[in-house]
Design a protein around this ligand. Structure first.
Ligand SMILES: Nc1nc2c(ncn2[C@@H]2O[C@H](COP(=O)(O)OP(=O)(O)OP(=O)(O)O)[C@@H](O)[C@H]2O)c(=O)[nH]1
Length: 302
């Protein structure tokens, strides 16, 4: 047993270009599915936390959206969210896939990180299961050239390789502190937000490239069915920006939307451990990404 005075606890976040494996890595560290993943870039829009509980330490992970150059109002908000997150954590994990050559996007982020002087940065070389030993070795050298990192750790979220080492390294940067959250909690994200993310994930499956950024989900209500303790009624709205997108989501005779609802419901039931009735509506919120009022309504302002 670790003595209470040597217990460490604190916050870490992962940054990196879209699609470098941040969400998958956080899920693998925490050991359950708390952030959504998909092969489409920029699926993460909220700081979702997962918590790694160990006898000697508690590591609270804040998952940040991909840091990228702002294009829309939504993009700008994401970036300011990322930058404020960076100064509030104890350590930053900068994710770079083993298989991609370091490019402009990575340098852009490295420059931003260099400006956040207070927070130590650990470079995490991700997706090592896809790379040869030589490729990994070369990438480690290339990453070393990219910036001044406290450590460089190669990992694979898919195979689980080196995840314990990564936790150790991140925890080394945590202050001495008793646990910040009660034992057994994996996430402090309100259930409603997680439910919304699962619906969005189901809606994103199989849609074309331009659509992902146009989909937002608002969970209006989650209520236990009267006289039943095994059934939860969930009322949610899917928002898209244009009528043509609405038609795509609905599909032929509503088949696609029904399918989205079924897949989302199964995921939600698995998450909450109860049966769920999901009432899913779809609406057009014209150009919501560029409209501050709509953004607020859809939950992108605090
Ligand atoms: N083979 C392999 N694939 C991985 C690994 N980690 C992530 N991936 C895949 O890479 C893709 C992107 O992963 P995400 O975790 O969604 O990436 P992200 O950086 O969170 O992406 P954004 O939310 O867009 O910022 C998904 O298809 C994952 O399955 C890994 O360790 N090995």
């Amino acid at each position: 047993m670790t003595s209470p005075d040597s217990h460490r606890a604190g916050f870490a976040c992962f940054v990196g270009r879209p699609n470098v494996g941040k969400s998958t890595l956080m899920n693998a560290l925490v050991g359950t599915k708390v952030a959504i993943t998909s092969s489409k870039p920029q699926t993460t829009r909220r700081a979702i936390r997962g918590i790694v509980h160990r006898p000697d330490a508690q590591l609270v992970i804040v998952d940040t959206p991909g840091l990228h150059r702002p294009r829309t109002l939504l993009g700008e908000r994401l970036d300011s969210l990322v930058l404020s997150t960076l100064t509030e954590v104890d350590v930053i994990g900068f994710c770079l896939p083993a298989v991609d050559a370091i490019g402009k996007g990575d340098r852009f982020i490295a420059d931003k990180l260099a400006a956040v002087k207070k927070t130590p940065v650990v470079a995490v070389v991700t997706k090592c299961d896809l790379a040869s030993r030589e490729q990994i070795a070369e990438q480690l050298l290339a990453v070393q050239e990219l910036g001044d990192f406290a450590d460089i750790v190669p990992v694979s979220a898919a195979s689980g390789d080196n995840l314990d080492t990564l936790s150790d390294v991140l925890i080394r940067h945590m202050p001495l502190s008793p646990p910040l959250y009660e034992d057994g909690r994996l996430t402090d994200e309100p259930e409603q937000v997680l439910v919304g993310e699962l619906i969005r994930e189901a809606a994103l499956e199989g849609v074309r490239d331009e659509l992902p950024h146009s989909i937002a989900v608002v969970v209006d209500e989650m209520l236990a069915r009267e006289d039943r303790d095994d059934l939860l009624d969930i009322y949610a709205h899917l928002f898209v920006e244009r009528p043509s997108q609405k038609a795509i989501i609905i599909g032929h005779r509503g088949e696609r939307l029904r399918d989205v609802g079924t897949r989302a419901r199964k995921q939600i039931e698995a998450l909450l451990g109860t049966r769920v009735y999901l009432d899913l509506r779809i609406s057009v919120a014209k150009d919501w990404q560029r409209d501050p009022k709509q953004l607020r309504r859809l939950g992108f302002f605090d």
